[in-house]
Structures are given as structure tokens and as C-alpha cells.
Design a protein around this ligand. Sequence first.
Ligand SMILES: [Zn+2]
Length: 284
Amino acid sequence: MAWQRKTPFGYMVRDGETVPCPAEADAVQDIFTRYLAGATYNEIAERMSRGNTPYHQHTSQWNKHMIKRILENGKYLGTDIYSRIISDDEFLAVQLQKKDRTDFAPCPAGLKPIREKAVCAVCGGGIKRDTKSHGQSRWVCPDCGAIVRISDETVQRLVSQQLRQLADTPDLLMPPPTPEAAPSADALRIQNELNLCFNRQDINPDYMKTLIFAAAAEQYAVLPDLTPVHDMEVLRERLKTGCVNDSDLQELLAKAVKAIRIGGQDYIELELTNGTMIGKEQRV
Ligand SMILES: [Zn+2]
């Protein structure tokens, strides 16, 4: 085991007195700031390892335990020996977030509508948000086993970026050409029966009438529901008038987006109900 530091990280002893070590105190502040911005212990440790402020003198390597200890060290609030490096507010915010992140990371409200439409970019199966591993959020595809590590913040940021892009180009919401409705098997059978009857002299006219109505009802039943197309038209016209707010984006997500494809740290694509894809390619 490497020898332990005699003084906590952030401090040094000068003339028998414990004083802040400027470079280390800055690093402590940086670690708190990064953690609050959503970085994980490991991410911070990697970053610190690349920097010029070692935890142990003999190696530049940092690990997540060092980061964790620093984030939990109450000496940074100041004591009779150690001067203050971190504010009460910041220290408290970290402790609260730490509890959230390790116990269970609840799904942020803004993520819920996204989660409902999230699919795996590899296989197209439903992908699940999973926070059981170290409270760090990742997405796991139960179908193909793909695992995507991406923070909740990033998911929300990318999706709202793309929704905004969509809102800026409402013509992407054009409905697809309505496919010709294929007649149902029953409709074909009724039509056949009707054709036969037309060629018979002895047929009851009321029976013919019944058949004609039945054929019409069958044809009507297979007509596609045009409500979503109409909804989209209304939305598109409204977006064209400019001025897009958050609730417009939410409505876009609910009505125009069929699936949110998650496939990597910064790879998220929106598949619209009309088949259009919004994603990296369109982002400049
Ligand atoms: Zn998959």
C-alpha cells in the first residue's frame, strides 16, 4: 500500500501550521463543481489523473475512492485547524446529490415522456433506463444487450435540441401520403356475394340492400384514422407562426415523435410518426 498523505488533500503544513495548498484547494473546488454538474467519481478521477495535481506525490493516478473521500470530507467547511475551501451550500448540495445518486436515481420528470418512446438504435427494441449500477444512469436493451452510458441531462439536452430543430423546420412534419386502404377479407367476401346476386333473377331485393350496406360499412371500417394527421397539421401551422415555447416542444414530442433512438453517448435520433429522422446528420 502506498504511503498515505499526512495532511488531507487541499492542505499543506508550513512552519508547523496547516494552511491551504493553493493548487490542491483549487482542485478540491473543481471536484465539487464537476460533481454537481453531473460528472461521476470515475470521470472526475480520470480528469484529475490527466492534470498536474497528484493526490499522492509518487503517482499522477487518481481513483474514484479519492474523489469520494474528498466529496465527503467535512474539513473543507473549515475547522479550528483547517481553513474553509468549500461553502456550506455547495457541500450540502453534494451530500444530497450523492445520496440520490447512490441509493437510486429517480427518473427526472422531463425524462419520463422520453423514456416512453426510447428505443435501441441497434435493434429497434424498447430500451430501458437503468440506474441500479452505482446510481449512474445508463440505458440497457433487453433484446440485444446494448448498453449506452449517457447522463439524464445529456438525453434531455439532445432531445430538446432536436425538438427545437424540428420546431424551426415545421415542414418536416408533413404527413406521409396516405396509403390506399386495402379491403378487408370480409369486404371481399361481401363484394363477391353481391356480384353473384346481381346475376341471379330470383334474389330478394332486401337481401341485396343488406349486402350493399354491409359492403359500404366494411369499406368505411378500414379507412385510416386521420385524426393524427389533422393534429399534426394544426401543430405545423402553429409552429410556422414562430415563437416556440417548452409546451410546444412537449406537444411535438407527444404527437410527432414515434421513437427516440438511443445508440451512444451523443447519438440520439428522433423518428417522427411520418417516417422522417431527426438526428446527427441534420445537426450542424
Ligand atoms: Zn437492442
